[in-house]
Ligand binder design. Structure first.
Ligand code: 5GP
Ligand code: MN
Length: 341
């Protein structure tokens, strides 16, 4: 972090702090927020975590989850806006473009609070007075861990904090298989295990806590909705609003399905296109040098990492989104075929 000394000074006296993270937080977003909250509470600050939306049930086990305010909760909207307006500091975690907090963007922008951005996504916007940004970091949770160590506060790390941070590192590295998994990541995890986190338990809480209904949905999408375009080395899935309803799909139920496309030998890019009420949402995954964040930002108002990105279309519907996606593939064909597999 640049200005580490000024940052240390800033958090040296008790402050009113709001911590937020991106819309539809994943384990890294929520784990970073609750891990940082646990640390800052020990430093004597008043902390509120406000998420721009709800998030999957498989994250509810995180310590202090019950204190998180969902900004979409209209009964609490006044309270949320007051907390944001009156905060001394607002931490923005696991995102670096204000558009990613949707309706919270305006109140956060308008607040006089000092903004601190901690993130590992590409192309950060310049909206924060303090930033700790590293696109090479495997997870924002890794940056939170490193920041606490940089501040000389490793003695404040405890099981509750580290459970949250471990969840972020484990999921964003795809359980330590993505190329972002460096020796530094394994060293941090070794420290986390020594602090006493039961890593096997965290893994099971996240990955082995599904419902039969969700497994049926997964089976249906894999068997009925997979399209392979061998000439492009692309696999994609589509999910309609009717299918989401039919399988009683909950927030988080489509997460991870996109990764199955990459299990097919020869596939370089996998995409899932889901017709959600608010927009047609897309998740992109790729291998090696093929950069999906380019496609997500150029054509689908999104972005993310080289090998994992998200995007959306609005107003054109599912079918036209699929057509648009297929229409851009010739532009990338040479690049897709050049990837070593
Ligand atoms: P997912 O496919 O899991 O929704 O997202 C994959 C990655 O891309 C995550 O790191 C996520 O934060 C990022 N991402 C998803 N949607 C967007 C978006 O609209 N804009 C940007 N910049 N990143 C996104
Ligand atoms: Mn992340």
């Amino acid at each position: 972090m640049q200005n580490l000394e000024a940052f240390r000074e800033l958090i040296n006296t008790p402050k009113k702090i709001v911590i937020t993270t991106h819309f539809k937080p994943d384990a890294d977003a929520l784990g970073s927020a609750l891990g940082l909250a646990g640390y800052l509470r020990k430093k004597g600050h008043h902390i509120t975590v406000i998420t721009p939306s709800d998030y999957p049930k498989f994250l509810f086990w995180m310590p202090n989850n019950e204190e998180v305010i969902n900004y979409e909760d209209y009964k609490l909207r006044g309270k949320s806006n007051k907390l944001i307006a009156e905060a001394d500091i607002i931490f923005c975690l696991d995102f670096s473009a204000l558009s990613r907090i949707e309706a919270m963007a305006d109140p956060v922008k308008q607040s006089d609070a000092i903004k601190v951005m901690i993130d590992h996504h590409t192309f950060p916007e310049d909206f924060a007075q303090f930033s700790y940004h590293d696109t090479k970091a495997a997870a924002t949770a890794q940056l939170i861990f490193q920041l606490i160590v940089l501040l000389g506060d490793e003695s404040l790390l405890d099981v509750a904090i580290c459970e949250c941070l471990y969840a972020g590192i484990m999921t964003d590295t795809g359980s330590f298989r993505h190329p972002s998994t460096t020796p530094a990541v394994h060293r941090i995890v070794a420290d986390i295990m020594e602090i006493g986190v039961n890593t096997n338990l965290i893994h099971r809480r996240i990955y082995d806590s599904t419902t039969a209904e969700r497994l049926n949905f997964l089976g249906y999408v894999l068997s009925e909705k997979l399209v392979i375009l061998p000439e492009y080395r692309v696999a994609y899935f589509t999910v309609t609003e009717e299918e989401l309803k039919r399988f009683n799909s909950q927030t988080g139920d489509t997460e991870g399905i996109v990764n199955y496309g990459l299990q097919i030998e020869g596939v370089v890019m996998s995409v899932i296109i889901v017709d959600r009420p608010e927009a047609v949402k897309m998740s992109f995954r790729s291998v090696e040098e093929f950069a999906v964040n380019q496609i997500a930002s150029k054509y689908f108002s999104g972005g993310g990492h080289k090998n994992a990105s998200g995007g959306k279309t609005s107003g054109i519907g599912l079918e036209a989104t699929v057509e648009k996606f297929i229409g851009i593939l010739p532009e990338y064909q040479a690049e897709l075929l050049a990837v070593p597999i």
